[in-house]
Design a protein around this ligand. Sequence first.
Ligand SMILES: C[S@@+](CC[C@H](N)C(=O)[O-])C[C@H]1O[C@@H](n2cnc3c(N)ncnc32)[C@H](O)[C@@H]1O
Length: 459
Amino acid sequence: SPHPLLMRMPTPRLALQDMLQLLVMLASCSCAAANPVEQAFLIGLSAYERGDLEAARAGFEECIALDAKSESPAGRTDCMTNLGSVLIDLGGADNDKSAELLYRSVLDVEPSHADAAFNLALMLQDQQAEGSTREAASLYERVVTADPGRWDAWANLATALQRLTDRPLATCRAFQKAIIRLEALHEASDAEPAAEEVAHLAQMYYGLGISLANLDSAKCAEFAADPDSMLVGVSPGGAATASSMTVCDENAQNALRIALQLEPEHAQAEHMLASLVASSTGASAMSKASPAFVRALFDDFSTSFDQKLAELQYAVPTLLGEAASMYVQQRRGGQPFSSALDAGCGTGLAGPHLRSLVDGTLAGVDLSQKMLDKAAELTVSQGIPTPLYDALLAKDLLQLQAADFLPHPTDLVDLITAADVLVYFGVLTELLHAFGRLGAQVLIFSCERASPAETSTGW
Ligand SMILES: C[S@@+](CC[C@H](N)C(=O)[O-])C[C@H]1O[C@@H](n2cnc3c(N)ncnc32)[C@H](O)[C@@H]1O
């Protein structure tokens, strides 16, 4: 199933009450009367407000230091939290580390400090690893327990849980909560929601649709029996009017339709809706994933792709490299390929296994520019002696010509590899014709064994 999008919410900078306090104090000119710790805090806040990060940092550091030295230290969690946000804005790995330590210190003193919990969760969620995503989810849970109105925390909780996959009902509930809170905000406001807010809402409906569609029949029945599940088509007593699986599928389709109404260009929602409609009407699955869908899917996936696949112990690029190496040894007497195309190269995981087997151009082609950007990083900066790929092209494989990546117009490609790519094409005739036009002597590809329910052919 598609990888969920990570919702990026802005790091809250100043707590609202801090701003109000600042305004009140400035308006009443009581600054002079404030104690030195408070003054340092207010200096930090006003500097932060005007975007002077160094002065803000100095103010908050002073606040923390003076408080610690005072006769009765109050443990200024407000100064620590704001200093954490300033450090994140200043950027850099050391500042990030210090911010993380500050947030953790705040939470040691005040476990339900919503801003510290939210900001720390954002940092952890960005790290993408399973353990940090799990900790982020539990921090967001603290935030929504302290303040159930925070739609951003519900949204990020939903996204973290969706990634973890082991709490599917909590995931659906978190998406629902985010939607309810966000819609309530829109309704309460006289102004038309901004385009960004509409996009957030579409994203929440998309997440809900995917999460409902992913429920197995037991989980779906459990959800349908929950009076708070808000599934349409379930009687007040909790029994589904149709079979519970149909109810979840229909609700998933509804959610995806709303996502599409809100954001008609949402290629992933369009793809998933078409796929659900096709399977619920018994039509055969769609053949080729649309380029817009694949591009959007892998653009979103690009930041977490390598880490996620490492967690899954993804071995296809290694196996593919072994097959290519065996071919070179056994069929070419050790003579490397003169050129190679890594078709659907993604982040370039196959590159390290192919480079030494190709003495001419090694090209990577992919629909997703963001995946290609990752592949481009596989260079000297990563400890790899030469850039791995001689050419990286954002293109649909069906449109590709050899002249797009080989030096001479009449050159043909020697080897084509396709690691976990054929599945996006359904019927392979067109793709094989395209590969044929490139002149490949050798094609090395992977495919997946399917369950009998998925296909009668077993592949
Ligand atoms: C699962 S990833 C595999 C990436 C890489 N081969 C690997 O094994 O790590 C599938 C890749 O195929 C690319 N892809 C799918 N359809 C494509 C098409 N029509 N043209 C170019 N690339 C395509 C996707 O953008 C994605 O990066």
